[in-house]
Design a protein around this ligand. Structure first.
Ligand SMILES: [Zn+2]
Length: 171
């Protein structure tokens, strides 16, 4: 298995100066590389999750990148360009009329999906591709651990047991 340095970003975002030169047509809307990097470290940490898992909600269907079904945690790994990261998501200067509405729709859809999931009592994590592997892993781990003291605590008063079941997820 490929080794990933803890402080490396999930994917190095293209510098804004090189943004003009990048061949945007060649970019898939959903670049799976940062997603794969996160999935790899999660798996090595012993977490089990669902990929490409569709969640049907009253307001529509959502397909997060990584899903922990039992803990109701949905993880999205967002590309800086496609999801307009505040640091690297500068608008492309070429073909502005084409890209702007496209990117605006992405941002809108992200907000809508997050809202739908939260309304249905899901924990939503949106991770930028520029975030470090260790930071991404920490955020997911934290969510998995705190789910015990959050909604699960209502059903499982014995906290220690609940926490343990969280950290040894077999989703
Ligand atoms: Zn970014």
């Amino acid at each position: 298995m490929e080794t990933i340095a803890d402080d490396a970003p999930l994917r190095v975002p293209a510098a804004s100066s090189s943004g003009r030169r990048r061949n945007m047509q060649a970019n898939r809307r959903r670049d799976t590389k940062p997603e794969l990097a996160l999935r790899s470290v999660l798996h090595r940490a012993g977490f089990r999750y669902r990929v490409d898992y569709r969640i049907d909600l009253p307001g529509g269907r959502v397909r997060p990148d990584i899903v922990f079904t039992r803990k109701r945690i949905a993880v999205f790994v967002d590309g800086c360009f496609w999801h307009c990261c505040p640091e690297h998501g500068s608008q492309p200067s070429v073909n502005q009329p084409y890209w702007s509405p496209k990117l605006a729709r992405n941002v809108e859809r992200d907000a809508r999906n997050t809202k739908l999931l939260r309304e249905a009592d899901w924990t939503v994590l949106r991770i930028w591709e520029h975030e470090s592997v260790s930071s991404a892993l920490n955020r997911v781990t934290e969510a998995l651990m705190t789910c015990a003291v959050g909604k699960r605590a209502m059903q499982k008063p014995r906290l220690a047991t609940a926490v343990e079941s969280c950290s040894t997820s077999s989703d």
